[in-house]
Design a protein around this ligand. Structure first.
Ligand SMILES: Cc1cc2nc3c(=O)[nH]c(=O)nc-3n(C[C@H](O)[C@H](O)[C@H](O)COP(=O)(O)O)c2cc1C
Length: 481
C-alpha cells in the first residue's frame, strides 16, 4: 500500500545492487545534471541518480528512473526475473487490470503539506533542468498532466514536454493526435475555461500508466492503478475541479490561456537529434502543492531513458498484433539501439512456412513509428543484440528474406523521414522486414550449444580466483562457447 516515488527509491536502496546512486556534491541544473547522466551512459552505467544538492533550489532531483530495461521490471515489482520477457508478461497482465481510485483524507495526503498560491507561486524555486545546449530553455519533462474531457468528464493523463516561461507559466506541447490535444481543442471550440493539474514525482509504474494509449473513454487514473497494482490514492486539488495523486511530490494547478499559444523548442529529442519547434498551449500556474521535503523528478529527453519510459507499452502493442497472426510468438523487444522505437526484435516458434514474414507485417502495422522488424527463431535471445545480428548473418539471405515497403507513415521526428519526394521533409519512412527464421520443412545446419550437464555443473568461481558476483550474473549460455 501507498506506493510512490520514495517507496521505489527505498526499494532500490534496500536491494543494494548499485541501481541507485546518490550524488552529494552540488550540481548545476543547467546541463550538468544531464551531462553526468550522459557520461555515466558512455561508461555503460545507467543507475537512478539522486542529486541531493542542486544549485538554486532547496529540492533534490532524481533522474534516470527508466535508464535500463531492468528498471522497468522493478517498476512492475518483477524483482527476480527468469528472463527479461517476464517484464512484458507482467506489463500485459497489469495493463487491463484497471483499478478505481481511492480518495484519501486531505490531512493524510503528503502532497498537501505545503500549499502555495498567488505571489507565493514561483517555479524558479524548483530544480528544473536545462538539458541540452540548443534547447530553448528549462523543461519539465516527466510530469503527469491531468485534465477532464469536457463532454464526458473522464480523466485523461499524459506526459508532455513543458518549457518554463517566467515564474508562473509553462508551455504544453500536445502532439495533435494525442488525447490531450483533442481535449484542449474541444475546450477551445466550446469556449469553456480549461483547468488542469501537472503532477511531478510518483512511482515509475504511474509514469508507465500515463504513457499507454487507451481509448479516450478510459479513466487513466484507473490505468495507473493497474500498473501500480493498487488503487491510486487521490485528493481534490486546491484551486481546480480535479482529483490529484495524494502521494505525488509536487502538483502545479492552473488554467490554459488559449490566446497565448506559442512555439517552443528547439528541444533535444529521443532520436538523439534536436526536434523542431512546435506549437504549444500556455498553462498559467496558480497554485503549487507539494511535500515538505519534495523530490523533483527529471528525465533527460535525449537519453535512452526517454525511450525506455514508453517501450513496454509499445512492445505490448506489437506482441498483441503478432500474436493475432502468429500465436506462437515468444517475445518482442524494442531495443535502445533503435531509440526503442524504430527497431523491433520478434522471436517466434515457427511452425508454418511464411510465419516469419507474417510476424513482420503484423509488427509493422501495430505501431506506425516502427521501421525495421527483425524476426528470429525462439532459440535467439532477442535481448542480446549480438545474437540477433548473428541470426541475421547466418539465417538470412537478402534476395528472399528482406521485404521493403516504401512511403509508409512513420515517425515525424525521424530525421531521415521524407515527404512525397525523397528528400523533401515529411513523416514517411521505408519499412523493412528482416526474416531471419529458419525454414520449417527443410533441414538447416545445427546450432552448437554446450552440453547441458557440464554447463550446469561447471561453476567458474571454482576455476577462476576472484570471480565476482557481478560477473556471475552474465554467466549464461551464449554464442561464445
Ligand atoms: C518522456 C516522455 C515525453 C513525452 N513528451 C510528449 C510531448 O511532449 N507531447 C506529447 O504529445 N506526447 C509526449 N509523450 C508521449 C505521451 O505522453 C503519450 O503518448 C501519452 O500516452 C499521450 O497521452 P494522451 O493521448 O492521453 O494525450 C512523451 C512520452 C514520454 C515517455
Amino acid at each position: 500500500m501507498g506506493k510512490d516515488l520514495r517507496s521505489f527509491l527505498a526499494m532500490l536502496e534496500q536491494r543494494n545492487r548499485g541501481e541507485l546512486l546518490r550524488i552529494t556534491r552540488q550540481v548545476d541544473p543547467v546541463y550538468e545534471v544531464s551531462v553526468i547522466q550522459q557520461k555515466l551512459a558512455a561508461a555503460g552505467r545507467y543507475p537512478v541518480l539522486y542529486f541531493e544538492d542542486v544549485r538554486g533550489s532547496s529540492l533534490p532531483l532524481v533522474t534516470n528512473l527508466f535508464g535500463t530495461y531492468d528498471l522497468l521490471g522493478l517498476a512492475l515489482d518483477v524483482v527476480e526475473p527468469k528472463s527479461k520477457a517476464d517484464y512484458l508478461a507482467e506489463y500485459l497482465r497489469r495493463e487491463n487490470d484497471h483499478k478505481a481510485v481511492r480518495e484519501v483524507p486531505i490531512r493524510t495526503a503528503p502532497v498537501k503539506q505545503i500549499i502555495l498560491t498567488g505571489d507565493q507561486v514561483d517555479l524558479s524555486t524548483l530544480p528544473i533542468a536545462w538539458h541540452a545546449e540548443k534547447d530553448s530553455g528549462r523543461y519539465i519533462v516527466v510530469g503527469g498532466m491531468v485534465m477532464r474531457d469536457p463532454e464526458t468528464g473522464v480523466i485523461n493523463v499524459g506526459m508532455y514536454r513543458h518549457e518554463v516561461r517566467g515564474n508562473r507559466a509553462v508551455l504544453c506541447m500536445f502532439i495533435p493526435a494525442h488525447h490531450a490535444a483533442y481535449i484542449y481543442r474541444r475546450y477551445k471550440e466550446l469556449k469553456r475555461p480549461m483547468e488542469a493539474a501537472l503532477f511531478i514525482g510518483h512511482h515509475p509504474a504511474v509514469c508507465l500508466g500515463m504513457c499507454t494509449r487507451e481509448p479516450i473513454e478510459v479513466d487513466e487514473y484507473e490505468v495507473m492503478g493497474g500498473f501500480l497494482d493498487e488503487a491510486l490514492e487521490v485528493v481534490p486539488a486546491e484551486t481546480v475541479d480535479l482529483p490529484v495523486p495524494a502521494r505525488a511530490e509536487i502538483v502545479l494547478e492552473g488554467t490554459f490561456d488559449f490566446a497565448k499559444e506559442t512555439l517552443d523548442g528547439p528541444f533535444a529529442e529521443y532520436t538523439g537529434y534536436y526536434g523542431h519547434r512546435a506549437l504549444c498551449a500556455w498553462f498559467d500556474v496558480r497554485c503549487i502543492t507539494m511535500r515538505r521535503d519534495a523530490i523533483y523528478h527529471d528525465l533527460d529527453p535525449a537519453h535512452r531513458e526517454h525511450n525506455y519510459a514508453a517501450t513496454l507499452g509499445n512492445e505490448s502493442a506489437v506482441y498483441k498484433a503478432v500474436k493475432n497472426v502468429v500465436p506462437s510468438v515468444r517475445a518482442v523487444h524494442r531495443p535502445a539501439s533503435g531509440c526503442c522505437v524504430y527497431h523491433v526484435y520478434v522471436s517466434i516458434s515457427k511452425r508454418l512456412q511464411g510465419e516469419g514474414k507474417m510476424a513482420g507485417l503484423a509488427a509493422l502495422s501495430a505501431v506506425h513509428n516502427i521501421k525495421h522488424v527483425f524476426v528470429v527463431d525462439e532459440d535467439v535471445d532477442i535481448y542480446n543484440e549480438e545474437e540477433v545480428l548473428w541470426a541475421v548473418a547466418t539465417r538470412l539471405e537478402a534476395d528472399q528474406d528482406i521485404s521493403i515497403i516504401s512511403h509508409c507513415l512513420g515517425a515525424n521526428l525521424d530525421p531521415s523521414a521524407y515527404g512525397e519526394r525523397r528528400f523533401e521533409p515529411g513523416h514517411m519512412t521505408t519499412k523493412v522486414i528482416f526474416d531471419a527464421t529458419r525454414p520449417v520443412t527443410l533441414p538447416f545446419s545445427e546450432r552448437i550449444t554446450p552440453p547441458k550437464e557440464v554447463w550446469d555443473r561447471i561453476k567458474l568461481e571454482d576455476y577462476i580466483d576472484g570471480w565476482s558476483a557481478r560477473e556471475r550474473a552474465t554467466d549464461r549460455p551464449s554464442l561464445a562457447v
